[in-house]
Structures are given as C-alpha cells and as structure tokens.
Design a protein around this ligand. Structure first.
Ligand code: BES
Ligand code: ZN
Length: 622
C-alpha cells in the first residue's frame, strides 16, 4: 500500500478528528451538521459558502446577467467545493485569486448541474465568472409593454424553491446561510433593489451597491430592476413601485407599520430593520414572496380598499417563520408556510379583529378540503412532512403545507390555551433564529417545551406523519359566512334579488358567497346575479377570479365575461389565479378554449407559471 492510499484511507478519520477539535476550540466557528438534502448537489459538511460578493452587469438588450460571484468559504480540509448551477455559462473559476480547474456534472432536468471546483485545504475564497442564458428560469425580462408605465423594461428574479442556481452559481439548499454584498450595474434610467439594504432614489450612473448583513438562505436572494420610486409609510416600512402605481400602493399598504407592531407584540422583535414591499408588474408569478427586507408582491392585491392585504401580513410573518427560522429541506416546507399562515391570521386578528381573521381561516379550511379531494388518489401527499425523493419541491407547494399546517397549529393552540402557545412560539423563534429546522427537530422541541411541561398529550405524530385530517381538529366558524351562504339560497329561491343584504359585505364574504354556489346552479341564475352585482366586471382580482371560475363551471357567457377572462389571463401571471382558471377549463371539458387563450398568454408568464400550465395540459416545454 503506498502512502497516498494510506492517507486516503485515513482521511475520514482525520476529518473526524478535525471535526471534533473544531467543537473544542472556542475561537473557531461551530460547524453546522447539515441534514440530508435531495435538491442540491452541495456537500456543505466538507466545504460551505459563508459570504457572497456579487459583482454583475445587467444587460437589457441581450437579456443577460454577467459577472462574478466570489465566496468566502468554510473549508473542512476539502479538495473541492460543489455549487449548484442550472442553465448558466461558466467562464472561469478562481481559488484565492488564482485560476483553478472545475467540472460541470451531468445535467438534470430539475437540479441542473453540479459545479465542482478544485481547491486545497487552505483555500479561503472562490470566484466564479459566469453568464445567464435565455433558459435561466429565475429571471423574467419584461418589455415596456408588460409594465404599468409602459416606458422602460423591467427585470425581476424568483428564487424559491430551487431557482437561485439559475441566476447565481450557489449552494442552493435552504440549510445554507450566507451574508452578501453586491454591486449591480443597470441602465441609468432604472433603479435596482435587492433583498438587502436598498437605495431610495436612483443613482446618476446606474451603479448600485447592496449589503445583507444577516445570513439568509439562497432561495431568498432577489433582485428587481425597473423605473421605480420609493414612498415611505413609516420610518421602517414603505413601498417601491412604478410611478403610476406608487400612490395606490402607498394607500393600500398604509397599515404596514401597524402590522409590524402587531407582529412584534406577538412573537418578538422584527430582526431585519426595514420592511418594504415592491409592487411588481402583473406577470409576477406569486401573490407575494418574502424576500428579506423587501417583499415582492403582485399588483393584483391593489384593490383600492385594502381588502387583500392579508398577503402583506403573510409575507411579513415569514420574517420570523421562514427567513429567521428556515425549513431545513423542502420536505419540511410546512414549517415555513403552516407557521406563516398561523402568524398571518394572528396579525390580521390583532389589527382588524376576530371576524376578519376567522373568515381568512375558513377560506383556507375550504381550500384544504378541496386539496384533500384533489389528492384522494395520492393520500401520502396530504401528510405535512413530505417525501420529495425524485420529485420537484413544487409538489409540496399546495394547500396541505399552508392550511393543514395552520389547522394543526390552531388545534394545538386550542388544546394548550393561547397564552401558553404564544410563549412557546415566541421562544421557538428566539431559540432557532438564523438557523434551519427539520420536522423532527421541531417535534422534539415541541415535546420538551410545550407538551411535556404542561402535561398535555397530543396526537402530533398523527398530524405530521399521517394523511388526512385528525378528528381532534379545531372547528372554525364565521357568522358572516353563514349569512353569505343563506343569501345564496334566498337569491336562488326568489325572482328578485334583495341586494341590500349585501351592502356591508367585505371582499371575503363575496368570495365565500361565490365559491359556494351549488353545482346545480344554472347559467340563468348566474346572469341574474350578474345583473344585480356586475361581478363579471369586478375590479377586485380575488372576487373576479372566483366569479370567472364559476362562469367556466356553470357555462355562463353573459356580460362580457369571456372577454374579461381572456384579458385577465393575458395580463395576470399570478400562478394561483392562472392555474385555478385553466384547471376549471380542463375540468369542464373546455380544453380547446383554454389552449386558444394560453397561446396568447403564455409569453407573458414567468417560467414558474408557464411550467405549471404546460404540465396541466401535457405540453412539452417550449
Ligand atoms: N413563499 C411563498 C411563495 C412561494 C412558495 C414561492 C413556494 C415559491 C415556492 C409566499 O410566502 C406565499 O405563500 N405566497 C402566497 C400568498 C399567501 C397569502 C398565501 C401566494 O403567492 O399566493
Ligand atoms: Zn408563504
């Protein structure tokens, strides 16, 4: 046996030794023990990125981002470091400033390619020079026509769940935490903002510098560039939007500071200093995305009456559940979203009262029943803890994580009492701040800190590891919704509609009213309701969406509803809306109609939405 073989044999032992020494020397940072990860090629136990310095040019003519990503790394005696990439062109790689060799692994449709970089056990930094390509999935480049003001192009990124690797080579696992600085060069008519400390005005030269000093997970890296302005709501909250939207956004979100105060009163200080929202063009594929310090939001929440702002409470809540305490793997996604829905509804209760909070909860409860019905042939997918081996993280992104997660926490709250539950949650966020958590770790923490000390027995394992809804579920009810249901019956029974019943209804009552039309309702009834309330022309996106869905279900075509559906699907790229409507077409054997619209709308969608709809109709990726 030659020496090098001996060394190779002993390497694991040496590593172990190095590892145990590490925990003993206080000056050295404790190495995190990373959980098994299905959706990243990185092996952070051997070498992990800690800080990113990003230096990029954004070219709107060629629609390419190019530049350098320099990482400070934690090196546990490694001979290489592995990053995730997808659809990136790698030009050159350096280790401590000297060019080094690298290898791109085989391409996987979901995960992309590993980028294995040769380093030595003393390497402290690596630099990757790269470019994005036209396949890059995180980015959506918008023409002026696709913006509110129609003058300048726009660009935004969407990182969650595993798309950051398509615009930055990175260790793209939620268990990784990095701080970052960035220099971003953009056309000087435009402003750039990131999930970081942000400018409030444009610079003269189009060069922007950013700093994120708290460690965040890679899926929270975010960048938006457009002809935008800032308007403060309070000294730590405010909105970014295009000129024609900024006052509307400022009015709509004028309760932001109240929400932050309510959140802090519940579960401890807001740790990120600033909480701003950027209102993006309508193709943004989500309602909201909780990028730290700067939530990205769809303009479809701007209803003119603050009726859809629970979305802001939701994204704000992620500043604790998600951004501070992060799901370790996408199998644990319910820890992000279930806690966030619970927290969102508590914020809404604190700011607007119990009625509104309960209506939000009940809408989610109904979504949960619908989801369980949809998944009736795949009951394993109704477990909170998911098993995504061989699957896309997108598979876990449904009502189970959100609404079953919520129902679990609400049932726990009801069992132990709100007072104890709030103390527990506040401690939970504090204890796990800036770290990641697996379902198992949460379970242990719950037993040790809430259930055992209070002598409570609770079927936690059933809630987390079994399909469906356990029988001890909390019952959610709302008098207002009960009245809306009565109104349906009343209007269906009589020839004339007494519209006065609805005069104090809020958006949520309208949504509930429309969603609960009986399956036997006729197109004539739809027409009578439309005459009374002009729902086909509603300017509230949520009301319009559920009404459109019913028009498709019940074969109603009056009052320009078909044209409005088509226009809506062409303008709005919010996946939840688009998916709901295309699914309704499909369910009702109207695929041809749907595809005629999709032909016109697809080019406006971000890849996240386009991929979902392609899959729905079994289309090949274009
Ligand atoms: N983090 C999610 C959005 C997300 C989830 C993006 C999974 C990518 C993968 C965000 O916080 C969210 O849940 N948004 C919701 C709004 C909310 C009020 C339920 C949405 O976009 O509809
Ligand atoms: Zn969320």
């Amino acid at each position: 046996m030659n020496i090098s073989k001996k060394v190779a044999l002993f390497t694991p032992l040496l590593l172990l030794l190095a590892f145990s020494c590490k925990t003993e020397t206080k000056e050295e940072k404790q190495t995190v023990n990373y959980a098994k990860e299905l959706h990243s090629y990185a092996r952070p136990n051997i070498s992990a990125i800690k800080h990113l310095n990003l230096d990029i040019d954004v070219n709107f003519d060629t629609e390419v981002i190019s530049g350098k990503a320099t990482y400070t790394i934690e090196n546990n005696n490694a001979s290489n470091i592995i990053l995730d990439t997808k659809f990136l062109e790698i030009d050159k790689v350096e280790a401590d400033g000297k060019e080094t060799t690298f290898k791109l692994g085989e391409f996987d449709e979901q995960l992309g390619q590993s980028l294995s970089i040769d380093i030595t056990n003393t390497t402290k930094t690596i630099t990757v020079s790269y470019k994005t390509t036209d396949k890059t999935e995180a980015l959506q480049w918008l023409s002026p026509q696709q913006t509110a003001d129609k003058k300048y192009p726009f660009l935004f990124t969407q990182g969650q769940a595993i798309l950051t690797r398509t615009w930055i080579p990175i260790q793209d696992s939620p268990q990784i935490r990095i701080t970052y600085d960035a220099t971003v060069r953009v056309p000087k008519e435009l402003m750039a903002v990131m999930s970081a400390e942000n400018p409030k005005t444009k610079t003269a030269d189009g060069v922007y510098s950013f700093k994120m000093k708290q460690p965040i997970s890679p899926y929270l890296m975010a960048l938006a560039i457009g002809d935008i302005e800032y308007k403060a709501v309070s000294n730590r909250t405010g909105v970014y939007a295009e000129k024609s939207m900024v006052d509307k956004a400022h009015f709509e979100f004028s309760d932001m500071e109240k929400m932050v105060v309510a959140a802090e009163n519940l579960y401890g200080d807001y740790d990120w200093e600033q909480f701003d929202v950027i209102v993006l063009p309508p193709s943004f594929p989500f309602g909201g995305m909780e990028n730290p310090r700067l939530t990205f939001a769809t303009p479809t929440v701007i209803a003119g009456d603050k009726s859809l702002t629970s979305l802001i409470a939701h994204e704000l809540a992620h500043s604790w559940s998600g951004n501070l305490v992060t799901n370790a793997t996408w199998d644990d996604f319910w820890l992000n979203e279930g806690f966030t829905v619970y927290f969102e509804i508590r914020i809404m209760e604190a700011v607007y009262g119990k009625d509104r909070a309960n209506m939000i909860a009940l809408i989610g409860r109904q979504d949960l029943d619908d989801e369980i019905e949809t998944l009736k042939k795949e009951p394993n997918r109704t477990k909170l803890k998911q098993d995504l081996k061989g699957k896309s993280p997108d598979d876990a992104m449904n009502s189970i994580a959100y609404d079953k997660g919520y129902l679990f926490l609400r049932t726990l709250e009801q069992t132990v009492g709100r007072e104890k539950f709030d103390v527990f949650l506040k401690d939970y966020f504090k204890t796990h701040a800036f770290s990641t958590i697996t379902t198992e770790k949460f379970l242990n923490y719950l037993n040790a800190n809430l259930l055992e000390p209070n002598n409570v027995t609770f079927n936690t394992e059933e809630w987390i590891y079994q399909p469906g809804i356990p029988s001890n579920q909390a019952i959610i009810s709302s008098d207002k919704f009960a009245n809306a249901e009565k109104a349906i019956q009343q209007f269906l029974k009589s020839d004339t509609i007494d519209a006065s019943i609805t005069k104090d209804w809020t958006t949520l009552e309208w949504v509930h009213f429309i969603r609960n039309f009986p399956k036997t309702m006729t197109a004539e009834d739809m027409s009578r309701f439309d005459d009374a309330f002009d729902l086909s022309n509603s300017t509230n996106s949520h009301i319009a969406m559920v009404w459109f869905e019913q028009a498709i279900n019940l074969d109603y075509h009056g009052n320009h509803v078909d044209q409005n559906i088509e226009n809506f699907l062409i303008r709005v790229g919010r996946r939840w809306y688009v998916d709901t409507l295309f699914k309704a077409f499909k369910r009702n054997d109207k695929v041809e109609e749907a595809l005629a619209i999709y032909e016109k709308s697809r080019a406006n969608y971000h890849s996240v939405t386009a991929n979902t709809i392609d899959e729905l109709f079994g289309l090949d990726k274009h």
